[in-house]
Write a protein that binds this ligand. Structure first.
Ligand code: NAD
Length: 519
């Protein structure tokens, strides 16, 4: 194809050939391969890690002053802002996400670079209350080479969430984007180079998880791995990283509950559910896939959700159309997973289809896009066939990673909490209530790393993002914690006693039976 662009790995401050199998990049809205990416072979990985290690040891970045590092992050934010139109277009093309989502999300990434630049400029070093004439302060030093592995659904957002604290701390980073959406992460390389990041500090190596990813996370020189992906990948990577005694952060799957109490404003709750469930076509880790609503609300809520879904479906079309409401799923494989989970729930008799539930084909009413060519699936609502019966389905337990929600009723607050916690995942949760005491009470009892009240899926560089249960991951992104997790502490203790005082008090092996000091 004449316009098919080939993208190369980024190593040592320049594009470098990749010797692994080429990766075709598909537009999920059309099924067309619009670009190709060279992938990194195990020997490319070896070379990139060695370079990152040497660069780290040289101190050119790892020992650069905090102000220098902060300036580079700020400059990267400025340069990224100039590249937004191109990045947004490519992000839409490779993910299939509607352009209005990407126009909202991608410009927000600047805040992550600026936040961590701010952390570097304002961080203070504690002096500890050590006994005696000792001055003990705490340094934070970078870890060394760190590997970051990212998923397909928010390629740039997740790369930036990980890169900003890791680079701020002074590490050398090798990033592996998803094989489904590798392009935009590669473009961060030249942006950082122009911002003044020394060559060799950042490498971006596209490739499959089973080859490139595995070689990266297994490398003995890697001091930390930070992955966002599915729970299976997280477990498998974690066992390798543990064997190397390296640090590990994993942001994994979710099956977020969203509880609607009878005091909630129903219209606001429906808007919140639609946003929480259908943004990115439901392909988010915090997608509100389990809607738990007070029995008295169910008939009206079901009808309002069906109307909302119908309106979203009517406005589905080309993701690059500014009026498009929701894009396709990422791949035919993902489409099959969603279809299988929905069909099993409905055919099994535990669930009743309220709306959606069938792959979209034919021409879009919005703009005549041929939906049959892409992986379009409409917003879908599934209710219980009888009380709570839907909770016996795989759809209740497993991530569908599609625009599919399950609706169940409850009578008491205790049942609502029990249903919300009926999951191995514990990442995000939503509560809709106008009762402040209830908001506090229930948020305390829900087992999840993030609880939103009267809102959903809010994300800020300062606000921790991570799972509370092992299936949802280990550690968190954002905030000071993420920065600290990219450092190790160095405790420096200086004896400022005079020589005379030291000679008088500090001869541990002096003769006689007198007391000796401890500490
Ligand atoms: P995935 O697990 O298929 O892949 C994620 C990344 O891991 C990819 O880059 C892949 O190549 C790599 N990978 C897979 N197996 C590997 C291995 N054995 N060794 C090294 N690398 C490996 O996930 P996906 O389909 O791209 O993304 C969807 C998943 O990500 C969902 O489960 C979703 O919940 C999760 N997710 C979590 C968060 C969060 O913040 N918790 C955010 C976004 C997505």
């Amino acid at each position: 194809m004449a316009d098919k662009h080939t993208f190369l790995p980024w190593v040592g401050g320049r594009e470098a050939p990749g010797h692994g199998d080429p990766i075709p990049v598909e537009d999920p809205a059309t099924g067309r391969i619009f670009a190709e990416c060279q992938s990194a072979s195990p020997s490319d990985v070896e070379a990139a890690i060695q370079l990152a290690h040497q660069t780290f040891k040289s101190g050119v970045w790892s020992r650069a002053s905090r102000h220098v590092r902060a300036d580079v992050l700020d400059k990267a934010a400025e340069l990224l802002s100039h590249e937004l139109p191109r990045l947004i277009d490519l992000e839409v093309r490779q993910t299939g996400r509607a352009i209005r989502e990407m126009r909202a999300q991608v410009p927000s990434l600047l805040r992550w670079f600026r936040y961590y630049a701010g952390v570097l400029r304002t961080e203070e070093r504690p002096v500890l209350p050590t006994v005696g004439k000792l001055h003990n302060w705490l340094e934070r030093v970078p870890l060394g080479v760190v590997v970051q592995i990212t998923p397909f659904n928010h390629p740039l957002l997740i790369a930036v969430k990980k890169l900003a604290p890791a680079l701020a701390a002074g590490n050398s980073v090798v990033l592996k984007p998803s094989e489904l959406t590798p392009i935009t992460s590669l473009l961060l390389g030249p942006i950082f180079k122009s911002a003044g990041l020394p060559d060799g500090v950042l490498g971006v190596l596209p490739g499959l998880g089973s080859t490139t990813g595995r070689a990266l996370v297994s490398h003995r020189l890697v001091r930390k791995v930070d992955v966002t992906g599915g729970t299976a990948a997280g477990r498998s990577i974690g066992s390798i990283v543990g064997g190397n005694l390296a640090r590990y952060t994993a942001e994994l799957g979710g099956k977020a509950p969203l509880v609607v109490f009878d005091t909630a404003n129903l219209e606001a709750a429906v808007n919140g559910i639609a946003f929480g469930s259908f943004i990115a076509s439901g392909q988010t880790c915090v997608a509100s896939t389990r809607i738990i609503a007070h029995q008295s609300l169910l008939p009206e809520l079901e009808q309002m959700l069906a109307e909302k879904c119908e309106s979203i479906t009517r406005h589905m079309g080309s993701p690059s159309n500014a009026e498009s409401s929701m894009g396709p799923l990422i791949s035919s494989r993902q489409l099959q997973t969603v279809e299988a989970l929905v069909d099993a729930a409905v055919v099994g008799g535990a669930a009743r289809l309220v709306c959606g539930g069938q792959r979209m084909t034919g021409l879009a009413a919005l703009d005549s896009t041929d939906l049959s060519k892409g992986y379009f699936y409409p917003p879908t609502v599934i209710a219980s066939a009888s009380e709570h019966s839907v909770t016996t389905t795989r759809l209740w337990r497993e991530e569908a990673f599609g625009p599919v929600i399950v609706l169940v009723g409850f009578d008491t607050e205790a049942t609502a909490i029990e249903l919300a916690n009926d999951s191995e995942f514990g990442l995000g949760a939503g509560i809709w209530t106008q009762d402040l005491s209830q908001a506090f009470r229930v948020s305390e009892q829900i087992d999840s790393g993030i609880v939103w009240v009267n809102t959903h899926h809010r994300n800020d560089p300062s606000s921790p993002w991570g799972g509370a249960t092992s299936a949802s991951g280990v550690g968190s992104e954002n905030g000071l914690d993420a920065y600290h997790a990219y450092t190790t502490t160095k405790s420096v203790i200086i004896n400022y006693a005079s020589t005379e005082e030291s000679l008088a008090a500090d001869d541990w092996f002096r003769q006689g039976a007198g007391d000796v000091r401890y500490g």
